[in-house]
Design a protein around this ligand. Sequence first.
Ligand code: ATP
Length: 893
Amino acid sequence: MPRPVPLVTPRESALPWHAQAADTVVATLDSHAEHGLTSDDVLARRARVGENVLAATRRRRVDRLILAQFRDVMVLVLLGAALIAGVLGEPEDTIAILAIVILNALLGFVQEFRAERAMAALGALSAPAARVRRNGKDETVPASALVPGDLVLLEAGQIVPADVRLLTAHALRVEEAALTGESQPVTKQQTPVGGDAPLGDQFSMAFKGTIVSAGRGCGVVVATGARTQLGRIATLLEETDDARSPLQQRLAAFGRQLALLVIGLCVVIFAAGLLRGEPLGLMFMTALSLAVAAIPEALPAVITVSLALGARRMVRREALIRRLPAVETLGSVTYICSDKTGTLTENRMRVDSVRWGDGVHIDVAQWSHEHDTGIRPTELLALCNDVVQQPDGSLVGDPTETALVEAARHHGVDYETLTRQWPRLEEIPFTSERARMTTVHRRADGNAEGVLVCSKGAPERMIRDCTHMHTAQGLVPIDADRVMDTADGMAAAGLRVLALATRTMPTMPSPLDAVERELHLLALIGLLDPPRAEAQEAVRVCQRAGIHVVMITGDHPATARAIAQRLGIAGPEDDVLTGAALLALDDEALAERVSRTRVYARVTPDDKVRLVQALQAQGEFVAMTGDGVNDAPALQGANIGVAMGRGGTDVAREAAHMVLLDDNFATIVNAVREGRRIYDNIRRFVRFVLSTNAGEIWTLFLAPLIGLPLPLLPIHILWMNLVTDGLPGLALSAEREEPGVMERPPRPPKESLFAHGLWQHAVWVGLLMALLALGTQAWALHHNNPRWQTMTFTVLTLSQLAHVLAIRSETRSMLAIGWRSNPALLGAVLLTTALQLLVIYHPGMAGIFRAAPLTLFEFLLCVGISALVFVAVEVEKVFIRHWGWYGTTARRT
Ligand code: ATP
């Protein structure tokens, strides 16, 4: 039996909350049914019961992160090698290997720590919020800030933020599958239920973590955090993490294959060395170091870091990533299906024109007509409305409804007084599917008999239930065609059209549906919602980037068409497909239509799911926006589900891959742009690492074949692995976006990371580096130069730096990019060069690295030889630019 322990310790005999009368619960919790708690109450209670969270958020602890750096197989192998070196009596090697392992771990830790922090910050941003009434004012607070006694407001699409005893419930339906396993929504009520009712029958309660699927309600918080019903079973709900992106999975698989190849080569190198009479210990260490250096075991981790840091950049531009792989896949989007209201438009509505059903314009200032209740028409404009007026006079609520209240206020209606004079008895809430809303009112002073019904919604839905319409000449029988012509005309001007109708009834009917019949049409109201200024440009960017923009709206087809034309989404010839027409199409016919339809109107969330599937069946990669509770399946089904951060519901946000904090269409396009940049940078990094590793392998593999002694010592290999792979590689990810990043077609989602010549590049650049290094070695040996090994080592290191500078772009020459546009990279290259000088010229370091100080001539010679790599890659780019090498033409700007 639920016996939450909030602030009061219930007596043994006390009834559970669901069995107590609502006002008793409020009194017991020392709250106030109208004003809620005061700020002081809240502070005092939070101090006593703590935050409303299930368990301490599972941030990976710092020490675990450090430990993780040493759990890698390669690191363990290296530690083993250090031990063996010590046993073999090479203490310098032991020290050097340990130093390298520690440096490596430090670098990995710093990166992952940054990524972790970035993700934790994003997690905090996407934490759910709750609507509460405190100090008599409605406000939005993080759900974690709720305390027992708080008054919370519930509405469709919300995730219930705490365990709540309901004080009011209007058609409130809650889906409790998370708690009871029952997938059918349960209708909630305010009246108490029996004390021994099981959880699923406690209709007077709403429980944390369940979903409000319809209606509205208000309740008092009786339990928070671990004391909620959900808190008791929270251990069962360990989050499942599906965070590995397709790219990471493919890379991990690739890494395993490469590892096998490298190990095979290392065995060959080891055997060849022994045959040539090299010492066993040295050959063992060489093969081992090479394996450690050349197996790109860190690639998947590096990609996580790039994605996480990319996500952090995106949130600065109002795109909050909820699923990390989305960062990578955004670049593949071929279709963006966007809601109209609020995403493509500003969602700042204003009443633009009001007409009688026969089309005659109404001057609202002069608007009057006989109504049997005596209510004025301007008052009716604002009556069927959920907007709340705050003590400071500001209005909180849906923009469509706010516009109506504002228009009424503008014409002298006092909204506060109106809602007091005409208290609401019942309501049938608005849903997108119904596209209408109805309220029933009683006159508070009792002067009027019966009840007043007020209904508003999409004209074609309302008209069926209207028997009469008001005109300048008085009440006349409805002329449905005339009304629809008027509505269509207003919609064609880009206005959102609402029909407003009323009736009076002697008593409240049962069932309630009867109130939506035999209505009198009062007027048609046209609301103006201007397109967002930046949306037009964003649509144009999409079109250049090979991304189709589709508008999906619950609004009227003519309104949709007008706005779509203004934004450049559709031309005057393009047709608009309505939800009803969509329903009539079978899958085959739909497949044919989706590829040319740009505007869908009067669609329901179910239609959205079908559209996503139809587009995906054509091989498209779909981003779909949504905000309502019923949009969740479409968001989940889309390749990138995009929820609204401001206007959206919790349920939509939970289902989405990405949340638009500013609800703005242009933000999606910016995120796609950022996704493309991040993918490009991951490619750069992989290109760099693989080429570098190939260089090292070729060098050690070819040396014995052309009769040269072992060119490098293990310590050299490890040094290159850390320093030349590490710093410049990381700095590559700071590369800015390529010009024209939004002027090439989307990357096919299945395209391999190695497409467009990546592996060919790695193979030939690696070979070139090896030949240059071995050539230097042969030349120096030929001249009996004792510093041949230091020269070989230096050429290999510097040629990797030359390479990293050249591959900042796959197509554009360095001269075009400019040297200073990536200062981090330039810094990394200079720093690495300085470290290499230190290794050669500092006596202590040179001792460890068995290096000898090169003469100035020798050093400059090494620089010159290494620079050839840069020149060669620049020549490769010329081939790519002019002859479309590697099939790169499609990517060209
Ligand atoms: P989208 O955001 O997908 O572009 P939308 O917000 O325009 O769609 P809905 O909010 O589902 O679509 O509205 C659909 C229709 O319902 C509107 O065209 C309007 O006629 C009617 N409508 C909208 N809001 C209300 C409301 N608060 N009360 C009554 N009817 C409404």
